[in-house]
Design a protein around this ligand. Structure first.
Ligand code: CTP
Ligand code: MG
Length: 227
């Protein structure tokens, strides 16, 4: 395939506070990881690299077989690292040589619709070095220092970043080769390396399951739209 999707699922899920790593927590009878992979399976002919927590590789393989069925040869599982960035780096190593575009996707954004993937790929096909889905910020944002409001931030110039974040493969490889510091997303790393990153429309359904309330919301959405 021309495109690879790295699904990072190696986090522990501290804020969710479940008794399993977040990717293996159920939304309904299916786990967060299974839902995320079901979404990726709709994207078409892509290589998929699942980055799993150490010791959970076997469970990740089970989930990928369930989601990809007779296309399981497109999927591999690798072990992640202590940070998201380390987990992405581990996934990148497993990307096949012929791949030209790499999408990095949070397993925790389990209900991301396929058209978000398509918009990201379309931007890169249109010449962008990288592209990420964004949503407008809803809340009024304040700059706070020492318990006091110290500044106004114009909400209109802010966006919330989602995944999948897509990049030309050569550019992402280079950015991950020797990262200067730890960033919370891939776009920051690529921007730090000097490449412009395009913004495409995100989707509210691409929200990240972070807290128990997010899991309740995801369960409600899944029960209303059974797959
Ligand atoms: N992730 C990863 N490896 C890590 C940390 C995070 O692969 N060492 C992945 C998570 O599995 C998740 C995505 O990065 O799909 C976004 O991270 P986040 O939502 O912060 O997940 P966790 O780090 O697991 O949660 P928390 O920060 O609450 O512990
Ligand atoms: Mg985290």
């Amino acid at each position: 395939p021309r495109i690879a999707v790295i699904v990072v699922a190696a986090g522990s899920g501290t804020r969710l506070g479940a008794d399993a790593p977040k990717a293996f927590v159920g939304i309904d009878e299916h786990s967060i990881l299974r839902h995320a992979l079901d979404g990726v399976a709709l994207v078409g002919d892509v290589q998929v690299v699942v980055v799993a927590p150490s010791g959970r590789e076997g469970d990740a393989v089970t989930e990928t077989r369930a989601a990809f069925d007779d296309r399981s040869d497109l999927v591999s599982v690798v072990v992640g690292g202590a940070t998201r960035q380390a987990s992405v780096a581990a996934g990148l190593v497993a990307v096949w040589p012929d791949v030209e575009i790499v999408l990095v996707h949070d397993a925790a954004r389990a209900l991301t619709p396929p058209d978000v993937f398509e918009r990201v790929v379309a931007a890169i096909d249109g010449g962008a070095a990288g592209a990420i889905p964004v949503l407008p910020v809803i809340d009024t944002i304040k700059r706070v220092d020492g318990g006091e409001i110290v500044g106004v931030v114009d909400r209109a110039e802010l966006s919330a970043a989602q995944t999948p974040q897509g990049f030309r493969r050569d550019i992402l490889d280079a950015a991950y080769h020797d990262p200067a510091t730890e960033f919370t997303d891939d776009a920051a790393l690529v921007a730090e390396a000097g490449h412009p990153v395009a913004a495409v429309a995100g989707d509210p359904l691409a929200f990240k399951i972070t807290t128990p309330a997010d899991l309740v919301r995801a369960a409600g959405l899944v029960s209303r739209h059974p797959s």
